[in-house]
Every structure is written in structure tokens, then in C-alpha cells.
Design a protein around this ligand. Sequence first.
Ligand code: GLP
Length: 262
Amino acid sequence: MRVRIEPSYFEMSNVAAKLIAAQLRRKPDSVLGLATGSTPLGIYRELARMHKDEGLDFAGVRTFNLDEYYGLAPDHPQSYRYFMDENLLRHVNIDPKNVHIPGGIVKDIEASCSEYEASIREAGGIDIQLLGIGRDGHIAFNEPGSSLGSRTRLKTLAQETISDNARFFKSLDEVPRFAITMGVGTILESRHIVLLASGVEKSDAVRLAVEGPVTSEITASVLQLHPKVTVFLDEAAAEKLKRRDYYKYVEAMRQKVGQAEV
Ligand code: GLP
């Protein structure tokens, strides 16, 4: 696990966007795993800018989103489909047929979850998976207690997540109680996982995910078992890490041996 502590949210977002841009230049038909929430907004803004100013090409890119609220139609302003359209997809030249987001309104939940898994496999798996982290240490909507081998499925949201996400809705009552989410096992199959966290309110979850024991109580902690994870943090999110200085030292040393690029 590589921990990169950047001075601010802005810098963290730009460095992470550069990493994705490098992947797209290396492999124009890359498969990206995308996340929603406030945290990746800076990356999406920078990717859209790179598309506009530098011609970063999304024509061959395929995307899979982590999750979607169960019960929300794609045109609902709080649906993750709507979020992705607004914040990234309509600003770049991605082919709509290459965009995959779990359906929020489906007749047969199990069938649509297995189809989602099958389409990830058919695409050849995910090259880079972006992740945020919930205050309870969840990734995607894999709430504490989720099986570490779980696959895409319907998940009941924890109270903390419902109240955290209430800020996007008119009232607490409107926040969906369920989501369709990639499982922890699904996420772990990605070739490279990039987790981002910003702000002091995420610092406990970050500490437990990076330096705590691997446990389904903090589903992000399972990333410690993955061979290629990059954790991008701003100073505030890194505040509670025991080995914070060591991670910074490692990055300085990587520069010396020409290993600063991811
Ligand atoms: C939701 C999403 C997660 C996201 C988390 C944190 O629960 N399902 O994917 O990481 O919120 O969101 P934010 O980045 O807004 O703090």
C-alpha cells in the first residue's frame, strides 16, 4: 500500500487525475472504476479540463461505477447516474455505451447484479478503481460487517451513512435506505486501486483502514491485502496516521530513485 500525503485537496486531486490520465494514454481502452461522493469531484474537474485543454481522449474508455441508490431513477438529481453525467461524463468524449452504472430501478435485483459482474469480466476487469471512504470505513456501500468476499448486491445502508448523505437530499426521510453496490470481493479484483480521502472527519477511518487490523468492521482495511493500492490523502485526512512521517519519507526516497511516478 502506497500512501501519498499531499498538502491540500486541490493537489491531491490533481496528482490523482494525472495518474488516471497517464493510464488512459498508456491504454486508450482502459477500464475505469468510478466513485461518487464529494471526494472525487476534484479529479473529475481536472480530467474534464485535461480533455478540453490537452485533448485527453475518452473515446475508447469503458467505465463501471461502484454503486447506485436503490429506488432512484437515472434522472433523479441525487442518483449516482445523474451525478456522473453532471460531473464527468457530459464533459468528456466518452461513448455512452461504454458507461456502466448499476441500475437503481430493476425488476430482478439478483439477475441485474450478476449481469453487472459479468459485464466487468467481459470488459477484461477494471484497470484503475477509484474509491472514497465513508466515516465508518466503508468502500462503495460495503457497510461494516460486509463479507470481505462479497459481490455486487443489494445492501442496507447504515444509519451513519444515511445521515452523512442526507446533506444531498431535502430531508432525512428522502435518503434511500438501500443501494446496489459492487462487493468488496469485486473491488479487490481491480488491478490498481486508488483510495482518496480528504478532511479531518475522515482521519479515523483512514487510520483504521491503513494501519488497523484487516476486519469487516472497516471494509477499507481489506485493501491491505491487495498488491497495488495507492492511498491519496490531504494533510487533514492523514493527521491520525502513526507512520505519517515515514510515508512522506518514502515518497521523498522514491523521488531519488526515479520512482515518484506511479
Ligand atoms: C458514499 C459512497 C461512497 C463514498 C462515501 C464518502 O457512501 N457510496 O462511495 O466514498 O459516500 O463520500 P464523500 O466523498 O462525499 O465523503
